[in-house]
Design a protein around this ligand. Structure first.
Ligand code: GLN
Length: 551
């Protein structure tokens, strides 16, 4: 449920807004959905958001981050698309697994019902059973969150074979409730270099493709590098059958967090509420505006290095795999009116040229985020040793924490063969070992949704930096891992100077480590980045950024 309370007036029918894409992916459907949610929330409505991914994967847990971006984890343990993180961040809310679906999950559920004879002997068909299941899921999300307005983002773009059934579900929902369903097309207007003019034609085609699926857009969010001029607004209006007022110019912005404010400069919430026949209440965007003012006022810099391996995509560098980490850095930095400058560092570089670690001096802080597998691990260990010895602030997230324990064990506690069993299952000193039951999962090839996932409790050790930062004796954080610190080595590591700063009380699992006498060296088994919100940055990230700034 959203932490932002809505002042309840008389309930009207639940309303639905479908956000669909045109021309190409990656132009900001997720940010549009999140921003619309925020501005509608700011008018006093309860808003929730649903993401539909057209993949056959049942969830996002089995997708490579290089292909699909970050796997976000919900409190209930669902591994899902990174857009769910945007929704939670913008709406300051906690979503559940009902708010996410893929083609795979929809088919799975229909097939399970068929196996349980739930269709009473009928022939189960793609149409209507699949769109019906989609509609049921959307309605359930609306009910669970008691939402006045449910915004549903359909992944992919109009015209793709893969999302046709979802568009059909949207069409049918509109047919059933014509007054309560809206369609927003987020489309891209290219400005080809050689031509130098903004072209509307691809968006015209996208709108026609939607029409051929039986859908008419009610509003077009016109994404481009530049603002849309009147001529092009008119043209899109005539060619796409949308009123000029409902063609919204959405040029590139420095920060995604400005998008809701830009929408409101164009009165988007008022326009939508009018279409949905909902009476707008007084706008309250104070908290958000004061956050964006801090972004604008940022006048200091910190330079942060993120050491990972999910960066390169052919000739291009992608940072999507670490999106929540990046946003958490931003939230904490803006809190102090600091502008973070983030560099991507490929850990494999330090394996080829170990002397290169000294280039890390230039950073005010280093983060090693979550990860899996062998590639780049020895490079990461070299990085950790360098920054531990040279007192550069360090935040290790999940794998980044496990590897910090390996490095400490090898170089400080002098446990020569220390390693994580993930890389070397036969090591004589598995300081990080597999969690009970996970070996069977791996042996049986049961890899989907079987990690330790979602929210778990963590007791924070008194008199630690972590305790000071959280200012709390117990916290709940989100997890995604199969390996853990091996308690057999705990005493030896503590004797050598490692602090165990947080433990799960139910199974005595080490959740947080610290190295004292260091400006900032904290590693967490969980992913604090998943709980950082723009107007409520995560305490560990705040502590890290503060330490970076001091440096
Ligand atoms: N590969 C490690 C594990 O499975 C860390 C996972 C992560 O960083 N999310 O335990």
């Amino acid at each position: 449920m959203s932490n932002r309370k809505s002042s309840k007036a008389k309930k009207s029918n639940p309303k639905y807004i479908f956000v669909v894409g045109g021309v190409m992916s990656g132009v900001g459907k997720g940010i549009t959905t999140s921003s619309m949610g925020l501005i509608l929330q700011s008018r006093g409505f309860n808003v929730t958001a649903v993401k539909i991914d057209p993949y056959v994967n049942v969830d996002a847990g089995t997708m490579n981050p290089l292909e699909h971006g970050e796997t976000f984890v919900l409190a209930d343990g669902l591994e899902c698309d990174q857009d769910m993180g945007n929704y939670e961040r913008f709406l300051d809310t906690q979503l559940t697994r009902t708010n996410y679906m893929t083609t795979g999950s929809i088919y799975l559920s229909v097939i399970e019902q068929e196996r349980a004879l739930k269709f009473g002997g009928k022939c189960v068909s793609v149409v209507p059973h699949i769109p019906n299941e989609v509609i049921q899921r959307i309605k359930r999300a609306q009910q669970e969150q008691d939402a006045d307005i449910t915004i549903v983002e359909i992944g992919g773009t109009a015209g793709e074979y893969e999302n046709l059934l979802f568009l059909d579900a949207a069409r049918l929902l509109k047919l059933e409730n014509p007054q309560d369903v809206l369609f927003v097309l987020v489309s891209y207007l290219p400005i080809p270099n050689k031509i130098g003019e903004m072209k509307t034609k691809p968006t015209q085609h996208a709108s026609r493709l939607l029409n051929s699926a039986g859908i008419q857009a009610d509003m077009i969010i016109a994404r481009s590098t530049h603002a849309l001029d009147e001529i092009r607004k008119q043209k899109l209006s005539v060619m796409c059958n949308v009123s000029v007022d409902d063609v919204i110019s959405a040029p590139d912005v420095d920060s995604i967090y400005h998008v809701p404010i830009n929408f409101e400069d164009d009165n988007v919430s008022t326009k939508i509420l009018k279409k949905l026949d909902l009476r707008p209440r007084k706008r309250d965007l104070k908290e958000w505006t004061s956050f964006t003012q801090k972004i604008d006022a940022a006048n200091k810099e910190v330079k942060i290095g993120i050491v990972g391996k999910y960066f390169s995509s052919g000739n291009f560098v992608l940072s999507d795999a670490y999106i929540s980490v990046i946003e958490a850095i931003k939230h904490a930095s803006y809190f102090y009116r600091i502008k973070p400058v983030i560099d991507w560092i490929d850990s494999a570089d330090f394996e080829n040229d170990p002397k290169k670690v000294s280039t890390l001096k230039q950073y005010d802080g280093i983060i090693i985020p979550g990860g899996f597998g062998e590639r780049g691990v020895e490079g990461k260990l070299k990085v950790i040793q360098y920054i531990r010895e040279n007192k550069i602030p360090y935040l290790g997230l999940c794998y980044g924490m496990q590897l910090a324990v390996v490095e400490f064990a090898r170089n400080v506690a002098k446990i020569k063969n220390a390693h994580t069993a993930e890389i070397d299952p036969k090591t004589s000193d598995p300081v990080i070992h597999i969690m009970p039951g996970q070996d069977t999962n791996i042996e049986q090839g049961s890899m989907g949704a079987t990690m330790r996932l979602g929210e778990y409790v963590c007791d924070i050790t008194p008199k630690t930096l972590t305790r000071k930062l959280y200012n709390s004796a117990q916290v709940q954080e989100r997890h995604r891992h199969r390996y853990e610190v091996n308690n057999t080595y705990r005493e030896e590591l503590e004797k050598a100077g490692l602090t165990i700063a947080g433990v799960n009380p139910d199974n005595d699992l080490v959740e947080i480590i610290e190295i004292p006498k260091h400006p900032f060296f904290i590693g967490t088994q969980f992913h604090p980045e998943l709980l950082s919100h723009p107007t409520n940055p995560h305490p560990l990230f705040k502590g890290f950024i503060k330490a970076c700034h001091k440096k």
